[in-house]
Design a protein around this ligand. Structure first.
Ligand code: URA
Length: 258
């Protein structure tokens, strides 16, 4: 009987060629960009926000699938890839830094996430930590050290505030209402004082669900803005940052397979 394709990703196990490592950016457009860095890469399927390619590092098959923005769609991508045999997830993201010393173009490797999302509650209660897999963090860190030696950028390891919303949950006032709920007023300064490095939108769901399901996950993000100095990124720097994080993640995938 022909194997049924998964509900959202429309992938089958056959298409993955035994891949157990996935690179998961948020942006569907970044999937082809990542695939260019792998050998014999090919487009598999595109459905909604989920674009998937397969490529190789020597003989090692790697699947690349976009998650879309936020926890709910990330949980769908991770669930369906896990059902197809993927055990290790490396998220390639972008982020807004909140500590003064982190510069645009630097790299943040998230060791744990503050759970400001809703989707992770569907996998484990709020007192369960959203924590990265040690081996994934180690591989990303070693890889970043090698790569960043050549670049004028630093890598930071630490805790990320991972929010369901880009605007109120990250205490942004450059919005239609110019208002955030009392629960978020002052949260930017509080997280800064608590040594949180940055904001993004997927790690809380990714880390909670992967830990709860016995899967491995890590994430690195290129810093697009520092929220103390700017709210809108400079488009020219975005492309360079994306290339750096892609190279670091691919090198980390190679280390994890060794
Ligand atoms: N992604 C986020 O979630 N926040 C930012 O500030 C930048 C990227």
């Amino acid at each position: 009987m022909t194997e049924a394709a998964k509900f959202h990703l429309k992938l089958t196990q056959d298409m993955l060629q035994g891949a157990t490592i996935a690179l998961i950016p948020g942006d569907p457009a970044r999937v082809a960009q990542i695939a260019k860095h792998l050998q014999n890469s090919k487009h598999l399927v595109s459905n909604r926000e989920f674009v998937s390619y397969l490529g190789y590092i020597d003989d090692l098959p790697i699947v690349i699938t976009s998650t879309g923005i936020g926890g709910p769609s990330t949980s769908i991508a991770v669930e369906e890839l896990a059902e197809l045999g993927v055990k290790t997830f490396l998220r390639i993201g972008t982020t807004g830094a909140i500590q003064n010393n982190i510069k645009v173009g630097d790299i943040i490797i998230t060791t744990a996430a503050v759970r400001l999302d809703g989707a992770s509650l569907h996998f484990a209660p709020l007192n369960y930590p959203a924590v990265a897999d040690f081996h994934c963090v180690n591989a990303l860190y070693q890889s970043a050290q090698q790569y960043l030696e050549l670049a004028d950028a630093k890598s930071f390891l630490g805790i990320t505030a991972s929010s369901d919303t880009f605007y109120p949950g990250q205490e942004r006032y450059d919005t239609y209402s110019k208002y955030v709920l009392p629960a978020f007023q002052g949260s930017f300064d509080m997280y800064k004082k608590l040594n949180i490095l940055n904001y993004e939108m997927e790690s809380a769901t990714l880390y909670t669900m992967c830990s709860a399901l016995g899967l491995r996950a890590g994430m690195l993000a290129g810093v697009l803005i520092n929220r103390n100095y700017a709210e809108i990124p400079d488009d020219n720097v975005v492309q360079n940052i994306e290339e750096s994080v892609i190279k670091i993640a691919i090198n980390a995938a190679k280390k994890l397979a060794e």
